[in-house]
Design a binder for this molecule. Structure first.
Ligand code: GDP
Ligand code: IMO
Ligand code: MG
Length: 433
């Protein structure tokens, strides 16, 4: 049986925290898409863990963790992250990690190209704007995957005669085409190749698994799998605010293609929704508040990106967007996170429709020239002006907080099952639905 946790907005909704909370019920936690562009923070007994590439299920000692074929893997960052969490006390983490042999590798030159492309876009694009990527080489790696010139984990660890030479040939061909495209940038490829040959090839081998069979066997023996979504629906390559998106399928589709799980095994899909909206990087954001309210959300919510340290842009909850996200991912229930951040707001507007030139739109616009110019109609809901961080039962929430949650439920027609009231593991209200 498979359950899925997905980000419903532009990321950083608090997916990692929900995964951490649920994980004691699961045998396996799997990542299906993205790479170390993700940043999932979990706070356990006051200790903060930042996961980027690794599944958050590692926090639970009984849980096995999978990086599926849909992820892209920067091996140096992977080992660095593993060392960091092992040094925080998760000493057996490496024994519980399984990496798909089909996952694509991110090389340092992909990261260089990521930054070169951003520079190129900031000068040359029509609106003079780059994407605001994390610079982790994600886009360039998915590009080489799609153009069928990428290099996968199995290419690296293959120890048949001639396999290493073939790896080098692939690598050099890939680097050559990147240099042709992005100028003959300085690059110490010999140093990188040496690391792959003398360190990573051996060091990675114990982790590499045919995860298709690993997951198939797990499902056959009735094990429970939790898929940890990375990034979020509005960053999806198809459904997000293209081109201000990441380069993978971050929605429900990516779960199937990124792990090889038949859809019929998926029982529930939990949508994680921040009680307001944030976005890191460029691109339209209709409910953004470039004012004191936005700054207040940013500072109370400590809205700073885990991966790049950038301040997150902040605004009100956008229900037009959430409805669109719900249509695509089919959430069976929601986790509203960071409700406590709204404790001191007297009134809380939520976006309920978009208009352009006075005409209401009846669907979420695909064209950014439209999305960037919509007027948002807001419903203003009363605040509760009360500290909710110590509340552990739904019934004890202030009436106006309940009304806020009910408004969301009614708008998207999905029940709210969890409510986040603080960053710690204990700060989550569960509600029977
Ligand atoms: P993810 O990428 O979706 O896993 O989310 P991030 O970890 O990037 O960002 C969410 C941030 O909010 C983290 O710093 C969490 O510790 C914090 N957080 C999660 N849930 C809550 C909540 O209910 N209240 C508060 N105040 N903070 C929360
Ligand atoms: P989690 O899992 C927030 C954003 C980047 C940028 C765009 C493209 O923590 O929710 P990329 O490096 O992927 O090519 O960048 O996508 N982005 C995220 N924003 N949370 C994330 O992940 C993100 N992953 C990518 O800021 O705007
Ligand atoms: Mg994050």
């Amino acid at each position: 049986m498979v359950n899925v946790v997905l980000g419903s907005q532009w990321g950083d909704e608090g997916k990692g925290k929900l995964v951490d909370l649920l994980v004691h019920d699961y045998d396996i936690v799997a990542r299906c898409a993205g790479g170390n562009n993700a940043g999932h923070t979990i706070v356990v007994n006051g200790v903060k863990y930042d996961f980027h590439m690794l599944p958050s299920g590692l926090v639970n000692p009984n849980c096995q963790n999978v990086l599926g074929n849909g992820v892209v893997l920067h091996i140096p960052s992977f080992f660095k992250e593993l060392e960091t969490i092992e040094s925080k006390g998760l000493t057996d983490a490496s024994k519980r990690l399984f990496i798909s042999s089909r996952a694509h590798l991110v090389f340092d030159f992909h990261q260089r190209v990521d930054k070169l492309r951003e520079l190129e876009l900031s000068g040359a694009s029509k609106d003079g704007k780059n994407i605001g990527t994390t610079g982790k080489g994600i886009g360039p790696t998915y590009s080489t995957k799609a153009s069928r010139s990428g290099i996968r984990v199995h290419h690296l660890i293959n120890d048949q005669p001639g396999a290493w030479e073939e790896f080098v040939t692939r690598y050099m061909r890939l680097l050559k085409t990147r240099k042709e495209r992005y100028g003959n940038f300085d690059y110490d490829y010999e140093e990188e190749l040496n690391r792959y040959k003398n360190i990573y090839r051996q060091k990675l081998r114990p982790f590499v698994t045919d995860t298709v069979h690993f997951i198939y066997d797990a499902l056959k023996s009735n094990k429970k799998i939790l898929v940890e979504g990375a990034n979020a629906l509005m960053l999806d390559i198809d459904f997000g605010t293209y081109p201000y998106v990441t380069s993978s399928s971050t929605g429900i589709g990516g779960v199937i293609t990124g792990l090889g799980i038949p859809p019929r095994y998926i029982e529930t899909t939990y949508g994680v929704v921040k009680a307001y909206t944030t976005r890191v990087g460029e691109g339209p954001f209709p409910t953004e508040q470039l004012n004191e309210e936005g700054e207040k959300l940013q500072s109370i919510g400590v809205e700073v990106g885990v991966t790049t340290g950038r301040k997150r842009r902040c605004g009100w909850l956008d229900l037009v967007l959430l409805k669109y996200s719900t249509i695509i991912n089919g959430y069976t229930s929601l986790n509203i996170t960071k409700l406590d951040v709204l404790d001191t707001f007297k009134e809380i507007p939520v976006g309920i429709s978009y208009s352009i030139n006075g005409k209401k739109l009846d669907s979420f616009p695909e064209d950014l020239l439209v999305l960037g110019n919509v007027e948002v109609e807001y419903e203003t809901l009363p605040g509760w002006n009360e500290d909710i961080t110590k509340i552990s039962k739904y019934e004890d929430l202030p009436e106006n907080a309940k009304k806020y949650l009910k408004y969301i439920e009614d708008f998207v027609n999905v029940p709210v099952e969890w409510i986040g009231t603080g960053p710690g593991r204990e700060s989550m209200i569960h509600r029977d639905i």
